[in-house]
Ligand binder design. Structure first.
Ligand code: HEC
Ligand SMILES: [Cu+2]
Length: 325
């Protein structure tokens, strides 16, 4: 369903792909980048050729070495300055036109998502006029293809920056301020995103994914996310749920069981996500346990403390976490 060329590329070389665009918010800047790169290379080649010409040119013994008003040398300076000025002016106009084109989508956004940066993960809130239809998730932003999505960007602590290179440019997330940008994917796939403003120890491990789906798949995903969990019924899962409420719910929320912590990723549909820990690990039951016990080894300095758990606690907690679909 989600596999596509974009996904394969994402897995191969996630962030090189600002050189490729998969949506209208990034295509104009991609062309701009290519034009600037082409001009920079052309300038380099022309200067290198002129320099080589000057070095190897045969000169009469009595020819003056300096440029003076009495010879032809000044002409080159006038030509060079004139040409550079025209090119730089044209590029400035091109940059302004590009910035204007990508500043807002051609159509009204189909939905609004508020993304809040935390040290070192992302809270993702799907807005809706009907409060009962709002929901929260983390580190994975689903969007329908072919439709512009408005992304409101906030920060809960320091300055972060939101960047999905294949879909749009970078926008800073500043405490006390709501910035905006928009995303639109033309092709179904998984697009890697990354915090791109140094925000502390685990900045490099503050990634996320944008999952672009067909509108029908997207609606199905939304309906699933809105659902609260069904409280555990198997004995070990019940024990795990108690443990979770006691030890984890101060930070984490799980809708439907009265866990309402607001300082950590919402875990209601933990198992629906591909990755955990802001892109660090694939989301498997083994990695979940590894994360809970060795957070501080995996992400030293992380806001989640590591837990020393007995094997029965691990078994109970795993049974509970496996119900979070
Ligand atoms: C002091 C607050 C705090 C407590 C207590 C806490 N966590 Fe966390 N947890 C966090 C934070 C913050 C993150 C995000 C860390 C990151 O990605 O760098 C997190 C991430 C996670 C994740 C990964 C979620 C994802 O989608 O990336 C899991 C799973 C998790 N915690 C489980 C637990 C369990 C189980 C407990 C109880 C044994 C627990 N946590 C206790 C703060 C806490
Ligand atoms: Cu950062």
């Amino acid at each position: 369903m989600l596999s596509s060329a974009a996904e394969a590329e994402t897995e191969a070389a996630p962030l090189n792909y600002f050189l490729h665009s998969y949506g209208p918010a990034s295509t104009p800047t991609m062309y701009l980048g290519w034009v600037f790169a082409a001009i920079a290379v052309a300038v380099f080649l022309i200067i290198a050729l002129l320099l080589a010409g000057a070095l190897f040119r045969k000169r009469a013994v009595d020819e003056p070495a300096s440029i003076g008003r009495d010879n032809q040398g000044m002409r080159w300076i006038y030509i060079g300055t004139g040409v550079s000025t025209c090119i730089l002016f044209a590029l400035a106009v091109y940059v302004l036109i590009t910035l204007n084109t990508i500043s807002r989508p051609a159509r009204t956004p189909a939905l609004t998502v508020t993304v809040t940066g935390y040290d070192w993960w992302w809270k993702v809130e799907y807005e809706d006029n009907d409060p009962a239809r709002r929901f929260v998730t983390a580190n994975e932003i689903h969007i329908p293809i072919g439709l512009p999505v408005l992304v409101k960007l906030k920060s809960a602590d320091v300055i972060h920056a939101f960047w999905v290179p294949m879909l749009a440019g970078k926008t800073q997330m500043i405490p006390g301020q709501a910035n905006e940008q928009w995303l639109e994917a033309e092709v179904e796939g998984i697009y890697r995103g990354q915090c791109t403003q140094y925000c502390g120890l685990q900045h490099a491990h503050m990634g996320f994914e944008v999952v672009a789906q067909s509108p029908a798949d997207f609606r199905a995903w939304q309906d699933e996310q809105r659902r609260a969990v069904i409280p555990a019924s198997a004995a070990d899962a019940v024990a795990g749920q108690h443990f979770f409420i006691e030890r984890c719910a101060g930070c984490h929320s799980v809708r439907g069981i009265g866990a309402a912590g607001a300082h950590a990723p919402d875990l209601t549909h933990l198992n629906s996500r591909r990755l955990i820990a802001a892109g660090l690990l694939t989301n498997t039951p083994e990695h979940q346990v590894e994360w809970i016990m060795h957070v501080q080894k995996l992400k030293p300095g992380d806001r989640m403390p590591g837990f020393e758990l007995s094997s029965s606690e691990i078994a109970a907690l795993s049974a509970f976490l496996s119900t979070l679909n």
